[in-house]
Design a protein around this ligand. Structure first.
Ligand code: ZN
Ligand code: ZN
Ligand code: ZN
Length: 293
């Protein structure tokens, strides 16, 4: 399993989540900018596929099913990373046959003496690894996180102009219709548009798009989760929009979910301080004020 992107900050986040190194790929014909890649192989890749499969669209699920179809059928050596020893009450990590080193030795010696241990090995099997994870309770944040990840890869944030007014637009365009439809339902968009390809050999894409006030709300909500490049695009779109549409001060801090009273730039004291600290350090601020210029 491999992820490649030109956004270094996004890939560093992927690398730390997956506990893998980020490798820089120098530009060539395919990539005109330096790209960054994170690769997960072997058993860890299988575990990742099994874990993420329920959240993916039909196309990716079919890819995973094909990749795992014959996987592990003749495997005898398993990696017990993160799996506890099968002996009751033992908290150590399993190493061999589902047992920790000391329990495995005790079991092995007991077996040789012809007696039996109070515990048995519990070797991992293919079915254990391919077992779908138990679903956790889904909160609205799960959907927003899923959407942020999707838009980081396939979305665009920009400002459009109409009769001299700028307004923000959030757009998702990709081939997988089911994924676009799921995103559209989350965003609250009722129509998914189909875009015929320029070249008939390519496949059609599907588009979900939201603009104006609804786009501004989504931009505010998604902004803290996005990488630097997306955050800058969001700031550009919102800066042109808010001065025209918000003649009066907001009732509370403009950071989504914050109820603090606004002090400066539509932010409460805490968020204003965070914004100005980031600016002073030359970072793209994590918090988006009403106006950043
Ligand atoms: Zn043990
Ligand atoms: Zn969740
Ligand atoms: Zn606040």
């Amino acid at each position: 399993m491999r992820v490649v992107m030109t956004d270094r900050d996004v890939m560093e986040r992927v690398g730390s989540l997956l506990e893998r190194a980020v490798i820089a790929i120098e530009p060539d014909e395919e990539w005109y900018k330096t790209a960054f890649a994170v690769t997960v192989r072997g058993l860890a890749a299988v575990r990742l596929m099994v874990k993420t499969r329920p959240a993916l669209g039909a196309f990716r699920q079919a890819q995973i099913d094909a990749a795992l179809h014959d996987w592990g059928t003749s495997r005898v050596r398993w990696d017990y990373e993160g799996i506890a020893c099968a002996a009751g009450g033992c908290a150590r990590e399993a190493v061999t046959q589902g047992l920790c080193k000391s329990h495995y030795n005790r079991w092995y010696k007991a077996n040789r003496r012809g007696s039996s241990a109070a515990f048995q090995p519990r070797p991992l099997s293919r079915a254990d690894v391919l077992q779908e994870p138990q679903s956790h309770s889904i909160t609205p944040d799960c959907g927003v996180s899923w959407l942020a990840g999707l838009l980081e890869g396939e979305g665009s944030f920009w400002r459009a102009f109409s009769r001299g007014h700028a307004y923000p637009v959030v757009k998702l365009e990709m081939c997988s219709k089911d994924v676009v439809e799921r995103a559209a339902a989350l965003i609250g968009v009722t129509t998914v548009r189909e875009q015929k390809p320029r070249d008939p050999a390519w496949s059609a894409t599907h588009i979900a798009q939201v603009s104006g006030a609804a786009a501004a709300t989504w931009m505010q909500r998604l902004r803290p989760l996005m990488g630097e490049r997306r955050r800058s695009a969001i700031d550009l779109a919102l800066d042109d929009y808010y001065p025209e549409r918000l003649p009066v001060a907001p009732a509370h801090c403009v950071v989504p979910g914050c109820e603090g009273p606004p002090r400066g730039r539509g932010l409460c004291h805490k968020h204003y301080m965070s914004w100005s600290r980031d600016r002073a350090k030359g970072r793209v601020p994590r918090v988006k004020p009403l106006r950043s210029n």
